[in-house]
Design a protein around this ligand. Sequence first.
Ligand SMILES: [Zn+2]
Ligand SMILES: [Zn+2]
Length: 233
Amino acid sequence: MSNTNIDNPRQEIEEAIASGDLSKLLRMNGMLHGHFCPFSAMGVKAAVRAVRELGVRSTGMEEVVAIVETNNCFSDGIQFVTGCSFGSNALIYQDYGKTVFTLARRSGDGVRISVRADRVSEERSPQATQLFEKVVIGRGGSEDDKKRLSKLWAELSFRVLELPDEEVFDIKRVAVDVPAYARIFASVRCSVCGENIMEPRARIKNGKPICIPCSVQEYYQLTGDGISVIGGS
Ligand SMILES: [Zn+2]
Ligand SMILES: [Zn+2]
């Protein structure tokens, strides 16, 4: 506890944003994302640009919100650098499959950044593309292939960070309709599985609260394919 910065746990991140230390931020984002890749690098880079442009900081209390239009690697860079995360309700997800994000103040004042994916892909060597197809798309390749891909991918990631923003992004100021602050709800207990449920998510069966999976109703699930409806009887 003694070394914990209670007032601002994101101080190191904020300092790196202020000094424009993109490679430090990408290295730190690796702790969240698990690997280095060009689109997480684009997320870091876009987030730094937007945060600096709006002059905002986040304490994860929804004073600033990020709207992401994809759930690919890009979005982890956005969450890490902006501090607008899935768990803080400051991340809004739109299932459009576009490498685009908008950062907005609660007032609605926002910056929208769209990534020119073609420009980023141009930086890939044919060797990296070939290995990517074999290891990631084909889920194959030897241990050595995987190591070589990690190295090439990391090099590529740090290199694309240095590209001029104007080459890789379309940036515009936008007015955003920011949703109201997340409400705090009471919990109820599911009468079937016994787990707690946020009250508005509970259903009522035989006069008792029941959770969605136990009620076998349709519900939404976010996976790598985007949001889909599952369940139902
Ligand atoms: Zn990635
Ligand atoms: Zn249940």
